[in-house]
Design a protein around this ligand. Structure first.
Ligand code: RIB
Ligand code: NA
Length: 296
């Protein structure tokens, strides 16, 4: 009962560490380099797989060395890659990450992720039909997100839409999604004319707003509730949101209550930021259980 299909991006993350960000026209010496698999789609797939979900990754990679590394990495976590298409003559997606001054900044080059279209979705329909939950993010063409949310809704398949990075999406697609998990900035891009609180109240059970280390907020019974996050000293926050989504999705697919699933997501996200790289620090089910037992 925890069959998850992720339709989304696979990137190679190229992370550099430095004391500060260079200004325009400036060259500085950095202190370190880390090259490891990332991408919001693949990160959420790995987060769920490490927590024992059955995961299928639908997307596109380039016919390059990074694409082969992405594929090997997904296999390491027993993720089904039958519907991952290799695009000839295309680069794999890359994310160019700077870790400086206590935070990350990222430039994403879509590469093969730009080729995730309706045909890629239709090819994977056999798997999508059997999913307890389908996960999508904004790192594939936005029109494909529309296609997925509407087709899944018509067929009674639940979709979790993680609208990151921020984009303005068609309200019909938002209606068609089962869960939407923006941060405050992404929420403002989706519902520009309403306050965060009003939007949550008008979308009970659907919208979950992530608040970074403060945790998450959602509406239930006509009231806004917060599920507080766990305080840890971060090493690298890249992929923390993805870990939250993968863990929340796994708990929901296992029929946990909203509050339990959100707490599970918060715990997994806190553990994930203790290590460098988006996926390296993602916890196992045993690690999340041990962490929650200690903290409660
Ligand atoms: O959400 C984190 C991810 O965003 C990174 O792994 C990077 O690939 C960017 O897409
Ligand atoms: Na990490």
């Amino acid at each position: 009962m925890n069959n998850i299909v992720v339709i989304g991006s696979c990137n190679m993350d190229i992370t550099v560490m430095a004391d500060k960000r260079p200004t325009a026209g400036e060259t500085i010496m950095g202190s370190g380099l880390n090259i490891s698999p990332g991408g919001k789609g693949a990160n959420q797939a790995v987060a769920a797989a490490k927590l024992m979900a059955q995961v299928t990754m639908v997307g596109c990679i380039g016919d390059d060395a990074y694409g082969r590394m992405v594929l090997d990495n997904l296999h390491k976590y027993n993720i089904n890659t039958d519907y991952l298409t290799v695009i000839e003559g295309e680069n794999s997606g890359t994310a160019h990450i700077t870790l400086a001054e206590g935070d990350n900044s990222i430039i994403v080059i879509a590469g093969a992720n730009a080729k995730v279209d309706e045909k890629v979705v239709d090819n994977a329909w056999d798997a999508i039909m059997k999913a307890d939950l389908v996960l999508v993010q904004n790192e594939i063409p936005l029109s494909t997100i529309g296609y997925i949310t509407e087709k899944c809704s018509k067929n009674g398949i639940k979709v979790l839409l993680n609208p990151a990075p921020a984009a303005d999406l068609d309200p019909a697609w938002l209606d068609a999604a089962t869960y939407i998990t923006p941060n405050e900035h992404e929420l403002a891009a989706l519902y520009p004319s309403q306050s965060t609180e009003a939007t949550m109240l008008a979308n009970e059970g659907k919208i979950i707003v992530t608040l970074g280390k403060e945790g998450v907020a959602y509406a239930q019974g006509g009231k806004v509730h917060t599920v507080p996050g766990f305080t840890v000293t971060p090493v690298d926050t890249t992929g923390a949101g993805d870990t939250f989504n993968g863990a929340f999705a796994t708990a929901v697919a296992n029929n946990k209550s909203m509050e339990e699933a959100l707490q599970y997501g918060n715990a997994a996200a806190a553990l994930s930021i203790l290590k460098l790289g988006a996926q390296e620090g993602m916890p196992t089910a045993d690690e999340v259980a041990a962490f929650l037992a200690k903290r409660s």
